[in-house]
Design a protein around this ligand. Structure first.
Ligand SMILES: *Cc1c(COP(=O)(O)O)cnc(C)c1O
Length: 427
């Protein structure tokens, strides 16, 4: 770019600071790629949802898989939020971060006997049971420990969440939950399972849902079933409405449902219900609070297009390659530069390692710092070391200060556990 063109070139929206922490200085100090999360933004989301829930007997159980960093879990625990877990590892993280077992619920189709026994022995709040086999296993293991397990049946309401197929979970062809017909049988045979207190309903229809209607439909089905069960003499003491609230990945295009409207829809659909309400938001609490800082390695002119090669890759943030997900990408410096169209790609040896195609950006050069936005959920949590790239560090930001909450992985840590085939054994 010539000096003369700079004066007339438009400036692009830039984010120079988040939670009052200067991003360029942070990247200089800690290197890139780097995941950063605004704790103020997370607390704001929690507070907004809690305010909307006021007056209800409600517990927010944060879906740990969205971002399982211990510091995030600690922040949740300090705000009175519990956990929705899907593995023994997530349970250990939650307990380790100081969450009380009384605020942990356990979801997932593949809970193993070991995981169920472990969760029973620490006394987690409730199992969201997804199959009859799991129900029988729960009865057997609770009996062996001489305890009674609180359980909810996960209903598959056969509702289309109008989201990406890979994150849709409430259609009858999905592996999750059971039909209302099947759930009816479970309740009818409740007395045969003395170690399971089956008195809850659970529903979770998918993720990144941007409309109220799918939630309404699912909740109406659950509410009707609740009334039917109570008329048949089966009390329902807990309704878990799952997660799925969408967030804004693309400014001006994605219009998320407001927490107040979401909770109003829950209040309306469950009118007359007096038991406990559980919510399992994941993405909604953390996605928009997070960014992935990355530096341009080089600009590579191609035959058909220009490539902006950055130092973050699909191993740091899988969503674009996995779901074709859009993330807004902005420069950290707001310097005016000529608009230029790029494919923004990482260094990994796959064409799928692409963050954006045909994206108009201010003209970039090697060394420029960019922000990939709304990466706080399903970013670091889905990261891998593919191409032997060490896991990027994670930093919590808070009102002008930062704390490293996971340091950059060392090479030695990445290969820990691997060894040459010295010890050959037979089975
Ligand atoms: C993934 C998941 C959630 C959270 O989903 P979000 O879209 O991140 O809110 C909640 N409940 C269950 C059972 C899940 O599997």
């Amino acid at each position: 770019m010539t000096p003369g063109s700079a004066a007339t070139a438009p400036s692009f929206a830039a984010d120079t600071a988040i939670d009052d922490v200067d991003l360029a200085a942070l990247a200089d100090r800690l290197g890139t790629p780097l995941h950063a999360y605004s704790s103020s933004a997370i607390r704001q989301r929690i507070g907004g949802l809690q305010a909307a829930l006021s007056g209800l007997d409600a517990t927010i159980c944060y879906a740990v898989k969205a971002n399982p960093n211990l510091a995030i879990l600690q922040l949740m625990a300090n705000a009175g939020v519990g956990a929705d877990i899907v593995s023994a590892g997530e349970m250990r993280r939650s307990l380790h971060a100081g969450m009380s077992a009384e605020r942990i619920v356990f979801s997932g189709v593949g809970k193993t006997a070991d995981e169920i026994a472990g969760a029973l022995s620490v006394g987690i709040h409730r199992f969201n049971v997804e199959s009859h086999d799991e129900l029988l296993t729960l009865q057997r293991l609770a009996g062996a420990q001489g305890v009674t397990a609180r359980a909810a049946v996960r209903i598959n309401p056969d509702v289309d969440a109008h989201t990406h197929a890979k994150i849709s979970t409430g259609k009858s062809e999905n592996k999750f939950g059971v039909s209302i017909d099947e759930a009816r049988h479970w309740f009818a045979e409740r007395s045969l399972l003395p170690h399971v207190q089956l008195d809850g309903l659970h529903v979770h229809i998918g993720s990144q849902i941007l409309a109220l209607e799918p939630f309404r439909l699912a909740l109406q089905r659950v509410a009707a079933f609740r009334r039917e069960l109570e008329q048949a003499g089966h009390p329902v003491n807990s309704i878990d409405v799952g997660g799925g609230l969408g967030v804004c990945y693309r400014a001006g295009e994605d219009h998320p449902v407001a927490a107040a409207d979401y909770v109003a829809a829950i209040r309306e659909a469950l009118a007359g219900y007096r038991g406990r309400l559980l919510l399992e938001p994941g993405r909604y609490l953390v996605a928009e609070a997070g960014v992935l800082l990355t530096r341009v390695i080089r600009v590579k002119p191609g035959i058909a297009r220009q490539f902006l090669v950055v130092d973050a890759a699909m191993n740091d943030l899988q969503r674009p390659s996995l779901y074709d997900a859009w993330h807004d990408i902005v420069p950290v410096s707001g310097e005016p530069r000529t608009p230029t169209t790029y494919d923004i790609v990482g260094p990994v040896c796959e064409s799928g390692d692409t963050f954006a195609r045909n994206r108009v950006m201010p003209e970039c050069m090697a060394g420029d710092l960019l922000l990939i936005k709304a990466t706080g959920a399903y970013g670091a949590s889905m990261a891998s070391t593919y191409n032997s790239r060490p896991l990027a560090p994670e930093v919590l930001l808070n009102q002008g200060r930062y704390a490293v909450v996971r340091r950059r992985q060392h090479f030695e840590e990445m290969i820990a556990g691997e060894q040459p085939a010295h010890h050959w054994e037979t089975t």
